[in-house]
Design a protein. Structure first.
Length: 224
């Protein structure tokens, strides 16, 4: 997971998103948060499922290199990878299925744990939930963008109509899930209450969440 997260961070250009993902990774490494860990695993699996399989090293399995950009670029990363030795489609498909099943398993575990934290009648760990929700929302944004890129790459092909129907359905599900997640975060957890508290009384925020220096430093940057 560590190597995949490095790729994700490298691909993240928005400064706020980048610093928040780094904070989620740091917090998880220090506090071993089950929800953040599962959210990051889902993010990594999604990143891999949006990618493609290539053969590297001395053994080529008899597969020759293909120039994917011989006739120009499509705007979809998997089709714009230049000279590459692609995995056979059957193997690539099996990897996709395995990744999607893994995401489903992680999702079920995460929803169970997150529901307990959000609906708890005792004190809720606002900061931990905030980081978990952010990682999940960043994943929705990522797969949403990947779906649109894939559709645009299919526009001038015979698969355009079928692709549009599938992508439209997927995006509707992404939007619904993201809105549902935001609703719970804003209504039950009062949204950015933690940052408002930090702005008014930083020491109270530290006592309330029992967070250390790095988290306080991150929160301070977000308040500027």
């Amino acid at each position: 997971m560590t190597k995949t997260l490095e790729y994700i961070l490298h691909d993240t250009t928005d400064e706020i998103a980048l610093s928040t993902l780094r904070e989620a990774i740091r917090f998880n490494e220090e506090h071993h948060s089950l929800t953040i860990d599962l959210a990051l695993r889902i993010r990594c699996a999604s990143f891999c499922s949006q990618g493609w399989g290539s053969i590297s090293g001395a053994e080529s399995l008899g597969i020759k290199a293909v120039d994917f950009n011989e006739h120009g670029k499509s705007g979809y990363a998997a089709y714009d990878r230049g000279l590459d030795k692609p995995l056979p489609l059957s193997i690539d498909h099996q990897l996709d299925v395995a990744l999607l099943l893994t995401i489903k398993e992680y999702k079920q575990k995460l929803l169970q744990q997150l529901s307990k934290m959000i609906l708890s009648k005792t004190k809720r760990p606002w900061y931990e939930i905030f980081l978990t929700v952010f990682v999940l929302l960043s994943n929705f944004e990522y797969v949403h963008g990947g779906s649109l890129s894939f559709y645009h790459a299919q526009l001038k092909t015979k698969h355009a109509a079928t692709c549009y129907s599938l992508i439209h359905e997927m995006i509707e599900e992404y939007n619904y899930s993201a809105e549902n997640l935001l609703y719970h975060f804003c209504s039950i957890l009062q949204g950015n209450v933690g940052f408002r508290l930090a702005k008014d009384n930083l020491q109270e925020m530290k006592n309330w969440e029992r967070i250390g220096g790095p988290a306080v430093e991150y929160g301070g940057r977000r308040l500027i």
